[in-house]
Design a protein around this ligand. Structure first.
Ligand SMILES: NC(=O)c1ccc[n+]([C@@H]2O[C@H](COP(=O)([O-])OP(=O)(O)OC[C@H]3O[C@@H](n4cnc5c(N)ncnc54)[C@H](O)[C@@H]3O)[C@@H](O)[C@H]2O)c1
Length: 428
């Protein structure tokens, strides 16, 4: 069997490697020729995927990469892992998925299994992707080719997260489509979770992400309420999580980041409008989580104020550009909004992130592109009036931070176990 994986990003590349490791012949397809060239040279552009893994699979001959969609005609299965962002009006942007469908369709042959993995609203696979594949190929889904949806559950940066071991939900367009898709994934994934339809599988992924967004909003709101009452939310969560049943800990922070949690819930809100259904939990959690960067800025202002300094003219160091610890992914990172807001108040901004020596090109924050991470040394740190921890990467020396900077605003409770001396810690 030869499997094609379209979209070699944070989701597609680990999947390619997992299939190749399992002895399956894999063809990676991406429109970005820089990524294709890098992989063909045996390089990795994702920090937590070592180049050695790419090289090992290239050497076995199990793994090839191309930009050429004509190769789809040789494949037994095509798995689609392209982006599903929101557009400028915060509405679903399915253009990557639909363009991929248009590119695949002319090369689709009878018997091929097509699976969409990108996160999206219920109905996308059957109502949006299927007609494009059918029109472009002249073939019928469920009769001539097989169609399924199977959401990715990648957890970037978590060393215990192994693609093969994460159970995989799959829904087919027909029962036969489901069986064919299961046969594909069973080559590389240990546990499969079949559901009754593509819609049910699409809805499962959204439930998982909405659950996180809502629970993060809950602790973010409780953080503010408890703070006003003189209670530390972090202490409360540690205590609550000793309950052996009925409680899962979630943690507050400076706002949501990454390609999933800030975006995916709004795919459902948009679709629910068609059914005249409000999505109150999604809207409310979005509102609370989106207010967090401003809360962090407010805490920085209060902290400076206590020492008689205005934000204007103060040198503020932001720690962590990535949206979560130990990854080189800054998509939707709340750090950008905190930087923007502090800058607009006249602060002199510095940032430090070992994963980002400089700010990469982003769609929404291009003003910061090329801005360099500060060199970590005593001289530079002592020049800062305040540091704010937004993402707590391991390997950053927080003891030095406390030694060299007199005010630290901490959104992650990172300083809890650190000897802080006379430095004042402001939780935010
Ligand atoms: N990143 C995560 O942790 C994560 C987890 C679960 C699900 N997802 C979902 O998986 C999907 C992919 O996310 P990602 O983080 O891997 O995105 P990504 O941006 O890292 O990678 C997407 C890749 O698709 C390529 N691409 C775009 N259009 C293409 C086309 N027409 N043909 C071929 N390649 C094309 C891009 O060049 C890029 O390499 C999204 O729907 C996302 O919501 C992501």
């Amino acid at each position: 069997m030869q499997i094609g994986i379209v979209g070699l990003g944070y989701v597609g590349l680990p999947l390619v490697i997992q299939f190749a490791k399992s002895g399956v012949q894999v063809l990676g397809i991406d429109v970005d020729d820089k990524k294709v060239e890098a992989l063909n040279r045996g390089e990795s552009y994702i920090k937590h995927i070592p180049a050695s893994e790419v090289q090992a699979q290239l050497e076995t001959g199990q793994f090839e990469v191309t930009t050429d969609y004509a190769r789809v005609q040789d494949l037994d299965a095509v798995l689609i892992c392209v982006p599903t962002p929101l557009d400028a009006n915060k509405e679903p942007d399915l253009s990557y998925v639909l363009n991929t469908g248009r590119a695949i369709a002319p090369h689709l042959t009878k018997g091929t299994v097509v699976v969409l993995e990108s996160t999206t609203y219920p109905g996308t696979t059957e109502d949006e992707l299927r007609p494009i594949l059918e029109q472009g190929s002249g073939l019928k889904a469920g009769t001539d080719f097989h169609l399924a949806y199977s959401p990715e559950r990648e957890d970037p940066g978590n060393p215990d997260s192994q693609v093969a071991k994460i159970p995989k939900v799959i829904g087919g367009y027909t029962p036969a489509c489901l069986e064919k898709a299961k046969a594909v994934y069973s080559l590389a994934i240990e546990t499969l979770v079949p559901v009754s339809s593509c819609r049910a599988a699409e809805a499962t992924k959204l439930l998982e992400n909405i659950y996180r967004s809502v629970n993060i909003a809950l602790v973010n709101e409780l953080k503010l309420i408890y703070h006003a009452m003189g209670v530390d939310i972090w202490e409360v969560i540690e205590a609550a999580k000793t309950k052996p049943f009925g409680y899962t800990p979630f943690y507050p922070g400076p706002g949501l980041g990454g390609h999933c949690i800030p975006i995916d819930p709004f795919y459902l809100s948009w679709k629910a409008r068609e059914y005249g259904m409000p999505t109150r939990f999604i809207e409310l959690s979005g509102e609370i989580n989106h207010a967090m960067p401003q809360h962090v800025v407010q805490r920085c202002a209060e902290a400076l104020n206590e020492t008689g300094k205005p934000v204007k003219g103060s040198r503020i160091l932001l720690l962590g550009l990535a949206y979560k610890p130990d990854v080189d992914d800054c998509r939707e990172s709340p750090t950008f909004e905190v930087m923007d807001r502090l800058k607009s108040l006249g602060a002199e901004i510095q940032y430090f992130d070992p994963y980002f020596p400089e700010v990469p090109q982003t769609r929404e924050h291009s003003d910061w592109t090329g801005f360099k991470s500060m060199n970590w040394n005593e001289d530079n740190l002592r020049k800062c009036d305040l540091a704010v921890i937004l993402t707590a990467h391991n390997g950053v020396n927080y003891a030095q931070l406390a030694e060299w900077i007199s005010i630290v605003v901490d959104t992650r409770n990172t300083m809890a176990g650190v000897e802080t001396g006379s430095t004042k810690i402001w939780k935010a």
